[in-house]
Design a protein. Structure first.
Length: 592
């Protein structure tokens, strides 16, 4: 290296261009030293470019997280660990379901589901062990088997809670990922299980109104508008509570009930027991998922006498002052028709209803005839599958041949099986003035006309209401009375059908009612499946002892909720309208 020595001279700034041109650097590098300096300079330039590139990438990511993702605090789903990430897929939303007062019955909850790409799992055995430690409900063997699969996608667990997602995320296992999903939740638990139904793991409705309205609930244009049902959760709770108590009291295997608005056809409450939690529907038994109100069809016993009397009165084959001889049982072919509360005498039409005479009802139906009875049952909806917004709808069991014997047995509720839903709709028509209105689980628009079909005369409906009131005042339904609410109704007790006959100790006990019977607003039905008598019922398990008290308690509790005001049943204006002359003897009837 050559270092020239310059003569000492002034270092002041300036000088002529010639001077500046001839100035030389103080140090000149040559050879290996010069090459080393050039290499260092290149490396510095490259490093600077790398740092600039990293800065640009970080700045772009920052813009994406703030501007494109809406700003705010990043959630766990958006910023998972280095290993567990979220696979962003389009979510299918689902509209909420509410009761008639806006109380939430079903809604979607955003969740994360855990899946794996086994190809990216470094140690399946160790990963499975760690996952099961934070998700102990999983099987270690099952998880390890999934993690050793040759597939690129396997579900580990769907719908994790936020706490579970955090715990899995904290494991930092390569190959585990989260996917945003939605889970259907039911805030009221099993309260309205058979009405709501449930969805599958992919949030698709497969039962109840969830199944019936699946397309409407998944419609992107309507997901923001809740589906409003006709149910009232307050009434639903009361009905379910009272039926549960009846099952416990009478050691029954199940129960069913319905509250129906007789003027709109709206189902205000519908309960089938046992029931289930819709969020855990897969764990429910087959019996728990079975809807006894809409899917089950039964021989409804003496409640059918209401239709028999309405049919005869409407046809004019008998009047309120008419009657039939019920002194002796009827023997036909190999059958014998007798009365449980036999009076062994001629009975007036009101007495046939009050004392629930099978003999009187059978003779009354014969006067109308098989074809007339069949036509009437068709008209009031007993021979066709009812319409309701549920997939679980049972079809009636109609006799193959409809002759004399069938006419007589159907008159008192044997030989024709219908659902409690059909019975409630038909009874509503008997008391609301004679109009059959299709039942519905959706709250009706008050501004729209209600579809209806006249099936009996208004006068016949009036007489049926009087007769139903008599049953509660003087007949087999006394325990259904709810002071102040003028309950009318009819008991029903039927042996359950079995192969080749009936199970004599397996009863289906029921009570069908309407209140207030002077101006009916609601039909209430309670059905107890295979009740057993106890000390309080003197061993009886019939509808008057088991189902009628349920109706009494239900009406007493729900009437104030539904705006039905109690009345003084002993008031002069009501008492004056409660009596009619029947064969020289005064009988109490409902107020009209």
């Amino acid at each position: 290296m050559h270092i020239p020595l310059w003569p000492f001279r002034s270092r002041k700034r300036g000088g002529t261009p010639a001077d500046l041109q001839h100035r030389a650097p103080l140090v000149q590098l040559e050879g290996a030293a010069k090459q080393a300096v050039e290499v260092g300079r290149s490396r510095l330039v490259i490093a600077g470019m790398l740092f600039a590139l990293i800065f640009v990438v970080l700045a772009g990511r920052l813009v994406e997280l703030t501007a494109l993702n809406g700003g705010g605090e990043p959630t766990l789903a958006r910023t998972p660990s280095l290993y567990a990430k979220v696979d962003q897929m389009p979510l299918v939303d689902r509209a909420a379901i509410v009761d008639r007062n806006g109380v939430l019955l079903a809604a979607n909850l955003h969740t994360a589901s855990l899946y794996a790409d086994p190809r990216k799992i470094l140690n399946a055995r160790e990963a499975a062990l760690k996952v099961v430690r934070v998700l102990p409900e999983l099987s270690r063997a099952d998880v390890q088997q999934k993690l050793t699969s040759e597939r690129s996608f396997v579900w580990i667990k769907r719908n994790l809670t936020p706490k579970q997602q955090y715990a899995v995320n904290a494991l930092g296992i390569p190959g585990l990922f989260f996917q945003d999903e939605q889970r259907r939740v039911y805030p009221q638990g099993p309260l309205a299980a058979h009405v709501l139904g449930f969805t599958d793991i992919d949030n698709k409705g497969i039962a109840g109104v969830e199944g019936f309205f699946d397309e409407r609930l998944r419609d992107p244009a309507r997901v923001s508008t809740p589906l409003k049902l006709s149910l009232d959760v307050r009434v639903q709770h009361v009905l379910r509570n009272e039926l549960q108590q009846a099952i416990a009291t009478f050691n029954a295997i199940g129960a069913a009930g319905i509250v129906l608005d007789v003027h709109t056809g709206e189902v205000v409450a519908l309960v089938s027991l046992p029931d289930f939690d819709p969020t855990q529907a897969g764990e429910a038994s087959k019996d728990s998922r079975f809807n006894r109100v809409t899917l089950g069809v039964y021989e409804m016993g003496s409640t059918f006498k209401t239709f028999t009397l309405a049919m005869a009165l409407d046809a004019g084959t008998v009047g309120m002052t008419g009657g039939y001889d019920a002194t002796n049982p009827i023997h036909i072919a190999r059958f014998t028709i007798s009365d449980d509360h036999a009076k062994k005498r001629w009975l007036s039409l009101p007495e046939i209803y009050i004392y629930s005479s099978n003999i009187g009802a059978a003779k009354m139906a014969l006067d109308v005839g098989p074809s007339g009875q069949q036509a009437f049952m068709q008209k009031v909806g007993m021979l066709r599958k009812p319409s309701l917004e549920l997939p679980e709808i049972g079809a009636p069991l109609v006799p193959r041949h409809w002759n004399t014997i069938e006419t007589m047995t159907i008159a008192f509720g044997h030989g024709l099986s219908v659902s409690p839903l059909q019975l409630s709709s038909g009874i509503a028509a008997m008391v609301n003035g004679g109009l059959l209105i299709p039942p519905t689980l959706v709250r009706r628009d008050p501004d729209q006309a209600i579809p209806s079909e006249r099936v009996i005369k208004a006068r016949t409906s009036l007489e049926i209401r009087r007769l139903m009131r008599l049953v509660v005042e003087d007949g087999t339904g006394k325990k259904a009375a709810a002071p102040g609410y003028l309950v009318g109704g009819k008991t029903g007790t039927a042996e359950k059908a079995a192969a080749g006959g009936y199970r004599h100790k397996a009863l289906l006990s029921s009570f069908v009612s309407a209140f207030p019977i002077n101006d009916p607003r609601y039909v209430v039905i309670a059905l107890i499946d295979e009740p057993h008598g106890n000390k309080e019922t003197y061993g009886y398990a019939t509808g008057g002892w088991t189902a009628a008290p349920v109706v009494s308690r239900v009406i007493t509790r729900i009437a104030p909720m539904l705006g039905v005001m109690p009345v003084n049943e002993d008031a002069p204006e009501i008492r004056a309208a409660l009596t009619i002359q029947s064969f020289g003897k005064e009988k109490k009837l409902a107020a009209f």
